[in-house]
Design a protein around this ligand. Structure first.
Ligand code: 5GP
Length: 115
């Protein structure tokens, strides 16, 4: 059995986290090392390793997560001014947790290109 990801341990309440949203399919928590005034991570309860590991079967799950992101952005008060959604995939993008997740970043403006 592969080692549980840190996010699976948070889902199972083995590690504490500031949970901002939960439903049957996903969880959203505040990032432990925020890079913006608002920095929330949304991830599926099902372990999908990265964007490159999403399958056809996961398509409704990913759509659901994007609707949760939209709802959270409203609740967090960042949708009017705008926000960034980031999912780092594998080594070159700097993915550190091998459990697909979406960063919601808001409350300040962001540069492009991202560097
Ligand atoms: P990645 O680098 O994989 O795109 O993003 C992983 C994110 O998870 C990082 O922003 C990091 O700060 C956050 N993170 C890692 N461990 C924990 C933890 O135990 N709790 C919380 N709330 N965030 C974490």
């Amino acid at each position: 059995m592969p080692e549980k990801t840190i996010f699976s341990r948070i889902i199972d309440r083995e590690i504490p986290a500031d949970i901002v949203y939960e439903d049957d399919l996903c969880l959203a928590i505040r990032d432990i090392s925020p890079q913006a005034p608002v920095h929330v991570l949304v991830f599926p309860k099902k372990v999908v390793v990265s964007t490159s590991d999403i399958t056809e079967e996961d398509a409704p799950l990913i759509g659901h997560i994007y609707l949760v992101i939209q709802k959270l952005a409203d609740q967090l008060g960042i949708s009017e001014e705008g926000y960034r959604v980031v999912s780092n995939c594998r080594t070159n993008a700097g993915q550190t947790v091998p459990h697909l997740h979406f960063h919601i970043l808001g409350g300040r403006s962001f540069n492009w290109p991202p560097g």
